[in-house]
Write a protein that binds this ligand. Sequence first.
Ligand SMILES: [Zn+2]
Length: 172
Amino acid sequence: MLKGGVLKGYFDFIRAEYGQEAMEECQEHTRISSKDLVDREFYSTEKNIAILTWISDKYGMHELQKAGNYTAKNLGGLAHIVRFANIKFFLRKAKENYEDTFSFGKVSVLTDEAGKSANVIFKDCNVIEESCIAWLGAFEGFMEVTRTKGSVEKVKCQVKGDEYCEYRLKWE
Ligand SMILES: [Zn+2]
């Protein structure tokens, strides 16, 4: 299960990037009405998968990076909080924030305090590649909203056979 705010974020992305008609088409295809979604309520993970695969089928897998980036930067309360935080503070809260929004999977963050980098490990969080790529874009979005100059790299992927998905963040 995951909170409605995430699903609404993807519909907002679709409208912003591809237009109102595309958003209506996605709602029809997935049988989800975005106006009925409540930010803080939990919805089935299948709904998330349906929206993400609709994006990749229609526009290509690479678009998920943009979708994740947009959603990360526009998550109502979260964007407001991280705007005033630095990336290390944000990463300390990442596990807690994840668990507040998603009822499945486990997030661990290994921060190298001296080296200005961190590895974020996602165990049983991603079941489709679309989701892995969306998270890559989301981490880039979190760097942007915390005004951190740096890069994000996907180094392992559970969907592709690794034990977990892993993202490496580096900053200046
Ligand atoms: Zn992955």
